[in-house]
Design a protein around this ligand. Structure first.
Ligand code: CTP
Length: 418
């Protein structure tokens, strides 16, 4: 029997009802749960139901004399091995980011000295709102672990990221953070898509790590209707983001214009140009590792007029280009440089040689070089040469999702070694 304890803070969203199921699953894993509910959480789930599930008193009122005398809010915040906020509304994330403590839940969050996992759930527009994304970046910088929401149909009828992950996936994440073996046999009704088939249920070596991935091409405007692009499909980068999420990471995927579904458990930010991509990469820091798979346009039009350039029978217009910033190289120099920084090199000849030059030029830790002379761009397979200062490792051609998994396992090993 485990002696692990979590303090579960339930805030007021429609997904609050799933917190009851989460408590059931955690208790089956042998983890004890003490619950705190905000005032608005009690509009969705009754404290009585929660109390029955936790087999304990439910805490909610900071100024309840009896509660505060029996176990004070400071004690409550320190007794657990992990504090979990599930579901975490946009409101509590904003309060946490600002350090507000105006009720028992927020006071505990400010007073705790234990790791904190937030499991957000909200409407897609609230999730995508710059204020929420800004708050999430602040919370990550403060060391709060964020579990990325699922994407799908929502209670409000909209579709997108913001759905609470299924309780078995949350229970699994909690177990990974507690270093407690997760027993799938004890979890009935677990989502079959939480892990890829064949993966070990405890294989979440990236849990608690924030991984940043860039993917796809960038589009650089020539005028409002024309742009410079490249043949990147984004598939390799999306497969890497998916593999990182499957291994338990909190993944931010910054994607250029592609027509691909967002992988489960990945927070996606869409951008169009290299300048947008650089701004979003900066905002997403800090990260434990960054994997820069995007085929960023090296140049953009020096001037992109606001009106369409007309073919008026005169001179053929000259396309003047200016250089885009090198996002990878600037990340290598950044004060918040990820511990492991990986660049990709799409090459058509002298693959390893060019990759070695790029490794030195860009200041990253690894270059993943691939031969794009065939139909790799947009194709289903890829072959990698991992070039580091210690040498070259060449992997045979495999499906993009298989090679992505292998790469992320190598990343997990490298991060574990410190
Ligand atoms: N990269 C970047 N910003 C740029 C250009 C490239 O972050 N403006 C990153 C890519 O995401 C990739 C790596 O740098 O991880 C190498 O990209 P690649 O296009 O192969 O390298 P370049 O520096 O553009 O060199 P060249 O095009 O001359 O081969």
């Amino acid at each position: 029997m485990s002696n692990k304890r979590i303090l579960l803070i339930v805030t007021g969203g429609i997904a609050a009802y799933k917190s009851l199921e989460l408590v059931r699953l955690l208790k089956r894993q042998g983890i004890s749960v003490r619950a705190v509910m905000t005032q608005s959480a009690t509009e969705f789930v009754t404290p009585l139901s929660m109390s029955v599930m936790t087999e304990d008193q439910v805490y909610g009122d900071m100024f309840d004399l009896k509660e505060e005398r029996e176990i004070g809010h400071i004690q409550l915040s320190r007794q657990a091995d992990l504090v979990v906020i599930c579901p975490a509304t946009a409101n509590i994330l904003a309060k946490m980011a600002a350090g507000i403590s105006d009720d028992l839940a927020t006071t505990i969050l400010l007073a705790t000295d234990k790791p904190v996992l937030a499991v957000p759930a909200m409407n897609v527009r609230m999730w995508n709102h710059p204020a929420t994304q800004r708050n999430l970046a602040q919370l990550r910088a403060d060391g709060i672990h964020i579990m990325a929401p699922d994407e799908g149909a929502m209670a409000c009828g909209e579709f997108g990221p913001g759905r609470l992950p299924e309780p078995p996936a949350i229970a699994e994440q909690i177990c990974a953070m507690l270093g407690h073996d997760f027993d799938t046999a004890l979890t009935s009704g677990r989502s079959p898509t939480t892990l890829p088939s064949g993966a070990s249920p405890t294989a979440r070596p990236l849990s608690g790590k924030h991984i940043l991935v860039t993917a796809g091409p960038t589009h650089e405007a020539i005028d409002p209707v024309r742009y410079i692009a490249n043949r990147s499909s984004g598939r390799q980068g999306f497969a890497i983001a998916a593999a990182a999420a499957d291994l338990g990471a909190d993944v931010t995927l910054i994607a250029g214009p592609v027509h691909l579904a967002t992988p489960r458990g990945v927070a996606r930010i869409d951008v169009e140009t290299a300048l947008d991509m650089q701004a979003e990469v900066d905002k997403a820091l800090p990260a434990n590792a960054a994997i820069m798979v995007a085929a960023v346009a090296d140049w953009r039009a020096a001037q992109a007029p606001e009106q369409k350039i007309k073919k008026d029978g005169g001179e053929i217009p000259a396309l003047n280009l200016t250089e885009n910033p090198d996002i990878l190289a600037s990340l290598a120099m950044h004060a918040n440089r990820p511990k492991l920084l990986i660049g990709f090199a799409a090459e058509t000849e002298k693959i390893v040689e060019h990759a070695q030059t790029k490794l030195a030029k860009k200041g990253c830790d690894w270059i993943v070089a691939n031969d794009v002379s065939g139909d790799v761009m947009g194709g289903a397979n890829n072959a990698f040469h991992i070039v580091t200062k210690d040498g070259v490792e060449s992997w045979p051609e495999s499906a993009k999702d298989v090679i992505a998994r292998k790469l992320m396992e190598k990343v997990a090993d490298a991060l574990a070694k410190g």
